[in-house]
Structure formats: structure tokens, C-alpha cells
Ligand binder design. Structure first.
Ligand code: ADP
Ligand code: MG
Length: 650
């Protein structure tokens, strides 16, 4: 019998560079090496199961297992699996080289990043098959022993990550692979933990590999004591025993057949991932197949979290790749306006090392996201029809966030409009959908009208609503700040335009009524024409036009904008966010039938140079501002004029 020969090989250049980076780059999260090795082990068992289906010569996988063997004495950690194993050729090709295309470009990007930022984020390790090399972050020597299922002899591979590796034949009792890491000194400042500690290993497995399909086991030491009659520990009676424990729950409920998962299990899982102690309101599962494969289990919470409106608030969707946890809070999978959705997405095709940067450009992620959004909106739509009480509860918690989608996600605008629940003049308490609003529209009404403001009462008392009330037209009453934003970018619902009652001109009623109103206004215009011009001169600082109104029945005046103007509420909102606000003046409309304006007209007709006209114009303008709940530009001036008038009147 000849002594087995040990061969020494050099790593491929790219592999060497990658190793150098791996060893010297300051990664914050070194724990992920274990995730990588466990996932390789799980893949290897998958492969053997699959191959064994068609190849009767291969051993059956009766008891698949991934075993972790920490040893504090030797400072080693071994990860063992009974999967498919590797041939010598496999080892050279798979472990010694990085054969995958694009590696060179990837390395370039990594190095550039390191030069610019001084460090490389761990996620940027990339989407390439570099998982195995992450072991060199925590080990100064790695030994891999493996035997391919169906083959007789095994192979041992060993490297100190120094540019070379050795390879030699080895005898191995069973097929599969074991990887022994000779661990670097613990350095918690550098994120390097003690990977021989049972506790460390347990928590890393729990965090990253809890749902891996196969048991991840470890021999755990327990200490028991004898106790006396009083229940006290008998000194010197400590007995240690070792028990093999399974560290992961393996309960990836999103891949189990839907009817086999109980309601309680779904709820339990929700609590596990969301840290919410309320029950979820509802959940659903999705399976995507075709050019890519992914599954999702998503939850709609019952209660809005505290941080729903914080920019840095937590999001809810976790990304898994083949049951292995990749990241929390995967913003790329859910648009901002659905940030309250919790759950998991598990892809079969992505790489474990996918980085945030790559996620943002990944077409598959985008495709998954589109499907998820459609499904969420569809689910909400169903809830709205099937269980309106539940939907209203949902709306109360998350409606405001959902409205953000109206301008963030134009592609789904229509679906989102269908989900709206809004206050309106139709009922003092109940909300309405746009569809129901449309069903109540008056003959001749061709627009959906809305009024916005700080609160319902202010809006209801605003002069802008007078003509609408008079004609019995329903008006939506919008009081969320976000309403100001979406109403700027939604122009239509179905065939009907959305129009603010405070903008443009108002034409209500049947064609006949509209024509009559127009004629009447024209007629009045003949009398009022010169006065309007004079008032505009007096108020040029504040308004761009003074005109007669068709929307007032009780009040003497109001302010309106052009359809493209910002509303005063929007202006205030932008100012409060320190955004630049374009200088815009509005139009003062006066009610030709109001006795105040009639008197003013008479005064003006008698003396076009009437000195009081300036003050009266300012008062009318001020009143219009007050009536809609806006602040006065010069409150002291207004107050003084008012007092003077009262003195005269009393
Ligand atoms: P990836 O898993 O993305 O392919 P890795 O660097 O983690 O990249 O692993 C490289 C290859 O080495 C794997 O694709 C697999 O073929 C092989 N391999 C690694 N670990 C094992 C193992 N425990 N059993 C069998 N093959 C393995
Ligand atoms: Mg891998």
C-alpha cells in the first residue's frame, strides 16, 4: 500500500484576492459564516435526496442531519452533514476556484468600495458563490473532509487562507462532508465571537437558520444535581450529561401545505416575526412560479405600530433564500405605503449573499414586489366587500398610509382609489367609497367635489360649500394632511374629474340651470364691473383677481384658486416641512346678492374715489380668510378696521 500523497495547489488569482478581502476587510458581521456553511450542508442533503430518486445505487437519506461540534479545548468548530459530499474533482473545482462569471467585475467593485469607504459592507460580499470563503473571517485554518455518495474514497482539503491549499485522499466512514474551523481568537470588538460557546451557536442558528428544513443538531451539556428532602441541592452531587439537541424549529410554515397549518400556528409565527403582541388581522400565502420561484406569507396587522410614521421606522418583510434568513426589513419587497405588512418572502433562486445594492436593481425582486403589491391590494379589496366592519377597522389603522400610494404608485392608483374610505357631507359619521359617492351624484353633476381643511367643522362652515349645500351636492371632506398631497396628483376617478370646491369656477345643476346662472352672473357683471377692477387695485398685494361668485349663497366673499394652484393647506404643509413654496395669489370672489356687496356697489357708484373703499376691500378679504380657517396677513390691521366699524355702527 502506498502512502497517500499530499498535493499543494495555489488558489486562482481571483480566489486569492477574495480571500485577502475576506480576511482583512473589517466586516461587522462575522457570524454569517455559520449561515453559509449550514446552507451548503442543507443544499448537499437536498441534492442527495434528489439524486437518490433516480439513482438506486445511491444511499437513501433516512436521517438527514447537520451536526455542529464545538470544541473549546482545541478551539475548533466542526460542521458535518450527511449530504451528497464531493469528489476530489468537485473539491478542486468548487472550493479551490471561483469559476463563476462576473467574479472579476465583482472583485473590482469590492475593491473600489473599500478604497472609497474604507470598509465593505458584509452584504456586499456579493451575489457570487463566495459563501464557503466566509469561513476565513473566523478561522485561520480550515479543514474539509468529504466523500461523495456512491464513491469509495474521500478527500481532505486544507488551507490557512494564505494563497495555497493542500489536497489528499482520506478514508471516511460515511458519505457527506465535515468542515473543521480552527478558530481565531475571540475579539468581540471586531465582531468575532466565541464560536465554541453553546450559547453563541444556538443564537446564531436561531437567527439565521431556524427554518432550514433539516435538523441542525448539537450535543449540549446539562448539569443536574441531587436534591435533599427540602429540595436543596446536595453539595458535590453535580452530574453532567450530554444530550443531542435540535437547535432549529424547521417550521417554515410558508412551505407546508396550506391546509396543514393551523390558525394558531399562523398566529404564533406572526408574533415570532413581528414582535407584535396583538393577533394579526389576516394573512395570506402566495406561490410564484415560472421564470423564478418564490413563496410568501404575509400578514395584515390589527394595530398600527408606534413607528408607522417615522422615516426610520421598522418595516415588516423578511427575505429568505431557500429557508435561510437573509435580512429583516427588506424595503425592496414592499413599497413604502404598504410598510405595515409583515411577513416573509422566500426565494428559491437568489444568492445567499445578495446585497442591498444588488437587491435594488434585481429584476426578480422587482417582479416579486409587483406580485405582492397586487396581492395585498386584492386582499384588501376582498376584505372590503366580504367583511366591511373588519375593513373599516383596518382603514382606521392604516388608511392614511395607504393614501400615500395614490401618488407613490401610479400603476396601482386605480385599485387604491377603490379602497378609499372618506368622510363626506352625506353622513356626519359614516365614511363613503368613491363608488358610492358616484352612485349618489345629482343629475347633471359631472365632477366629484372635495373640500380639504384642518377639521370637519371648519370645512363644513367654509363659504366654499354654500352653493353645494344649496343644490344638495355631496362634498368629500378631507382632513388628513396626506389628502392635500394625493389630491394634487389624482385627477379622475373613472370618468369623473376630482375637483376642489375651492378651485376654478363652480357650475352646478342641470344644463338649463347652469345657463341661467351664467346669464345672471353676466347681468350682474355689468353693474359690478368697475367696482371689481377698483377692488383689485386696492388688494393687488394679496389677490390676483376679484370676480363675482356663483358658489356663495350666504357669505359675502371667499377666496379660490386656479385648478393648478396649491391649496392654502398644502402651502402650510410645505412650509411646515421647510419646503420652498411658490408665491401664489388667489382670487377673491364676492357674492353679488349679498347686501354688503350691494351697498358697497352703491357707495362706489356714487363716488368712484370713495376713500373707505380700500378699508372695506381689506375687510372683505380678511373675512374670506377667516371663514376658511386661514391666518390673516395683518391681524392688527383687520382688528383695528373692525373696531372702527363697530364704533360707527353702535
Ligand atoms: P454556493 O453555495 O453559493 O454555491 P459556496 O462557496 O457556499 O457557494 O459553495 C461552493 C460549492 O461548494 C457549492 O456550490 C457546492 O457545490 C460545494 N459545497 C460546499 N459545501 C458543501 C457541502 N457541505 N457538501 C457538498 N458540497 C458542498
Ligand atoms: Mg453556499
Amino acid at each position: 500500500m502506498t502512502t497517500p500523497t499530499i498535493e499543494r495547489h495555489s488558489f486562482q488569482t481571483e480566489t486569492k484576492e477574495l480571500l485577502d478581502l475576506m480576511i482583512h476587510a473589517i466586516y461587522s458581521n462575522k457570524d454569517i459564516f455559520l449561515r453559509e456553511l449550514i446552507s451548503n450542508a442543507s443544499d448537499a442533503i437536498d441534492k442527495l435526496k434528489f439524486e437518490a430518486l433516480t439513482n438506486p445505487d445511491l444511499p437513501k437519506v433516512d436521517e438527514p442531519c447537520i451536526l455542529l461540534i464545538p470544541n473549546p479545548q482545541t478551539q475548533t468548530l466542526t460542521i458535518e452533514d450527511n449530504g451528497i459530499g464531493m469528489s476530489r474533482e468537485d473539491v478542486v473545482n468548487l472550493i479551490g476556484t471561483i469559476a463563476k462569471s462576473g467574479t472579476r467585475e465583482f472583485m473590482g467593485a469590492l475593491k473600489e468600495r473599500k478604497q472609497q469607504h474604507g470598509e465593505v459592507s458584509p452584504e456586499l460580499i456579493g451575489q457570487f458563490g463566495v459563501g464557503f470563503y466566509s469561513t476565513f473571517m473566523v478561522a485561520d485554518q480550515v479543514t474539509l473532509e468529504t466523500r461523495k455518495a456512491g464513491e469509495e474514497h474521500g478527500t481532505r482539503w486544507q488551507s490557512a487562507g494564505d494563497g495555497t491549499y493542500t489536497i489528499e485522499p482520506v478514508e471516511r466512514a460515511s458519505h457527506g462532508t465535515s468542515i473543521t474551523l480552527h478558530l481565531k481568537q475571540e475579539d468581540s470588538e471586531d465582531g468575532l465571537h466565541d464560536y465554541t460557546s453553546e450559547w453563541s451557536i444556538k443564537s446564531i442558528v436561531k437567527k439565521y437558520s431556524d427554518f432550514v428544513n433539516y435538523p441542525i443538531q448539537m450535543d449540549v451539556t446539562h448539569t443536574d444535581y441531587d436534591r435533599d428532602e427540602a429540595g436543596k441541592v446536595v453539595e458535590g452531587s453535580a452530574k453532567t450529561s450530554v444530550k443531542r439537541e435540535t437547535l432549529n424549529s424547521m417550521k417554515a410554515i410558508w412551505i407546508r401545505p396550506e391546509n396543514e397549518v393551523s390558525e394558531d400556528e399562523y398566529k404564533e409565527f406572526y408574533k415570532h416575526i413581528s414582535h407584535d403582541w396583538h393577533e394579526p388581522m389576516s394573512w395570506f400565502r402566495m406561490k410564484m412560479e415560472g421564470t423564478f420561484e418564490a413563496r410568501a406569507l404575509l400578514y395584515i396587522p390589527e394595530k398600527a405600530p408606534q413607528d408607522l410614521y417615522y422615516r426610520e421606522g421598522k418595516r415588516g418583510v423578511q427575505l429568505y433564500v431557500k429557508r435561510v434568513f437573509i435580512m429583516d426589513d427588506c424595503k425592496e419587497l414592499m413599497p413604502d405605503y404598504l410598510r405595515f405588512i409583515k411577513g416573509v418572502v422566500d426565494s428559491e433562486d437568489l444568492s445567499l449573499n445578495i446585497s442591498r445594492e444588488i437587491l435594488q436593481q434585481n429584476r426578480q425582486i422587482r417582479a416579486i414586489r409587483n406580485r405582492l403589491v397586487k396581492k395585498v391590494l386584492g386582499t384588501l379589496e376582498n376584505m372590503a366587500t366580504a367583511n366591511s366592519a373588519q375593513y373599516l377597522q383596518f382603514w382606521g389603522e392604516f388608511g392614511r398610509v395607504l393614501k400615500e400610494g395614490l401618488y407613490e404608485d401610479r400603476e396601482n392608483q386605480e385599485a387604491l382609489l377603490g379602497l378609499l374610505q372618506l368622510s363626506s357631507t352625506h353622513s356626519p359619521t359614516e365614511l363613503t367609497t368613491l363608488k358610492d359617492y358616484v352612485s349618489r351624484m345629482k343629475p347633471g353633476q359631472d365632477k366629484i367635489y372635495f373640500a380639504s381643511g384642518e377639521d370637519r367643522k371648519t370645512i363644513e362652515n367654509s363659504p366654499h360649500l354654500e352653493a353645494f349645500r344649496d343644490k344638495g351636492y355631496e362634498v368629500l371632506l378631507l382632513t388628513d394632511p396626506v389628502d392635500e398631497v394625493w389630491t394634487q396628483s389624482v385627477y379622475k376617478f373613472g370618468e369623473f374629474d376630482l375637483q376642489s370646491v375651492g378651485k376654478g369656477t363652480v357650475e352646478l345643476g342641470t344644463e338649463e340651470e347652469k345657463k341661467q346662472a351664467e346669464q345672471a352672473l353676466e347681468e350682474k357683471g355689468k353693474t359690478y364691473g368697475d367696482l371689481l377692477g377698483a377692488m383689485k387695485g386696492q388688494l393687488s398685494e394679496y389677490v390676483k383677481e376679484v370676480r363675482l361668485s356663483s358658489r356663495l349663497t350666504e357669505s359675502p366673499s371667499c377666496l379660490v384658486g386656479n385648478p393648478s394652484d396649491l391649496s392654502p393647506q398644502m402651502e402650510q404643509l410645505l412650509k411646515s416641512m421647510n419646503q420652498p413654496v411658490p408665491e401664489s395669489k388667489r382670487i377673491l370672489e364676492i357674492n353679488p346678492n349679498h347686501p354688503l356687496n350691494q351697498k358697497l356697489q352703491a357707495l362706489f357708484a356714487a363716488n368712484q374715489q370713495e376713500p373707505a373703499l380700500a378699508d372695506y376691500s381689506y375687510l372683505l378679504y380678511g373675512q374670506a380668510l377667516l371663514a376658511e380657517g386661514s391666518p390673516l396677513p395683518e391681524p392688527a390691521k383687520f382688528s383695528k378696521l373692525m373696531t372702527d366699524l363697530l364704533v360707527k355702527a353702535i
